[in-house]
Design a protein around this ligand. Sequence first.
Ligand code: ZN
Length: 154
Amino acid sequence: MLSYYVVLRSVLRIKPWLRKCLARCRHCGIFFLTDRRNAGRQDLGCPFGCSRAHRQKQSTQRSVAYYQEPEGKVKKQALNARRRKKPQPAEPLPVPPGLRPFLRYLCVMIGLIEGRPVQLWEVIEMLERTARQHRMVRTRRIDQSVAWLHEQPP
Ligand SMILES: [Zn+2]
């Protein structure tokens, strides 16, 4: 979490105009960047799951109330029958579910920095590229040490 604030702070230092987009989650109090259109709003939830959890709670309350009515009960039985028959669609992205809110947030942040809409797969590609480069640097360093040991045996 600390490194998140470090990134956020350095982003704001490089792009001071994004300060306008800084918002605070009304559920957990974390600061985050939001879309320009939401700037100045006080009722936002952070992109780390709070707003989704909140929405889910509301919709659960709504459907509980609805399905307690007789008309709703019939609908629910039909819905359940359909749900049993239809297989659930597979997730298209090979990303652990816990990581997805963070990736979606990276999307928003990179989009704000670059001033264009950024897709989730672009962020994943970007991260994969970075990870690959790190691995390459590490391997090169090991190769160099091995070469050095050959030249100067201990
Ligand atoms: Zn939150």
